[in-house]
Design a protein around this ligand. Structure first.
Ligand SMILES: [Zn+2]
Length: 252
């Protein structure tokens, strides 16, 4: 079993492939537990495929609050409601997070005696669900990322969650950088070590199509590169997506 952050998992896999070690190392790995940053289902599938293992979102929380949710065998995160009082902030105000809904997660940890927090706004947009087939009685939570992380392009808000679903779902890229200019959008993808370059035009077309379908954005330029700046690899999806995976450009 591997326990590591998603950004580290991607780059470590890349390094092991470069050194010809992955085949040997993956033989003993059945489970990959990701924690410390938000990861999307497409990234977990991709990591699972590379390692011949199942990748789970192990837990969700923050330094301030401690652990707020933990994984079940269906790869969903269930809120730890015995340790935290969880509420959802929506346009209608605060409601207890025990019914399906979307909003910002606000928590009151019940056991932080040394540093109590009352109705702490996590800043994370989440989706609450209650239909997990595992049968756990507590709601599950899908973390979409910081509400402030979305980037407005024309009439649409592009979020890290959606971009990463496309990147890791449609390609075997090990990282990406989204360049946003007033008149164009360019997605730079870090080519996998053993990538088949002949399939790249097809993959790029699939990414362009997904951007059109999900965001209504036409003519996204998609380029594959051998490597991206290390600043894109600092696990930005939760901490600061805009600084690590987005570059805002002037009009050309
Ligand atoms: Zn479950």
């Amino acid at each position: 079993m591997l326990f590591l952050a998603p950004g580290v998992a991607l780059q470590l896999t890349r390094l092991f492939k470069q050194r010809g070690l992955l085949t040997e190392l993956r033989a003993s790995v059945r489970t990959i537990m990701l924690l410390g940053e938000v990861s999307v289902p497409a990234m977990r599938s991709r990591l699972g495929q590379w390692w011949g293992a199942t990748a789970y979102n192990a837990s969700y929380g923050s330094t301030e609050t401690g652990t707020l949710a933990a994984a079940c065998r269906h790869d969903r995160l269930h809120l730890l409601t015995a340790a935290n009082y969880c509420e959802l902030l929506t346009a209608e105000g605060l409601t207890e997070a025990h019914r399906p809904g979307t909003g910002r997660l606000v928590v009151t940890p019940l056991n932080l005696h040394a540093r109590p927090l009352l109705r702490y706004d996590t800043g994370d947009d989440v989706v609450i669900g209650t239909d997990c087939p595992c049968g756990t009685a507590t709601p599950d939570v899908t973390v979409l990322g910081r509400g402030t992380d979305g980037v407005r392009i024309g009439d649409v808000t592009v979020t890290p969650h959606l971009v990463e679903q496309v990147v890791y779902g449609q390609t075997t890229a090990t990282g990406y950088l989204l360049e946003v200019a007033p008149d164009r959008l360019r997605l730079l993808l870090e080519r996998d070590v053993d990538a088949d370059r002949e399939t790249e035009p097809e993959r790029a077309a699939a990414v362009r199509e997904a951007f059109r379908d999900r965001f209504g954005l036409d003519d996204t330029e998609v380029l594959f590169l051998n490597s991206l700046p290390s600043t894109t690899k600092s696990g930005g999806s939760q901490k600061s997506w805009k600084r690590s995976n987005i570059r805002i450009l002037e009009a050309s």
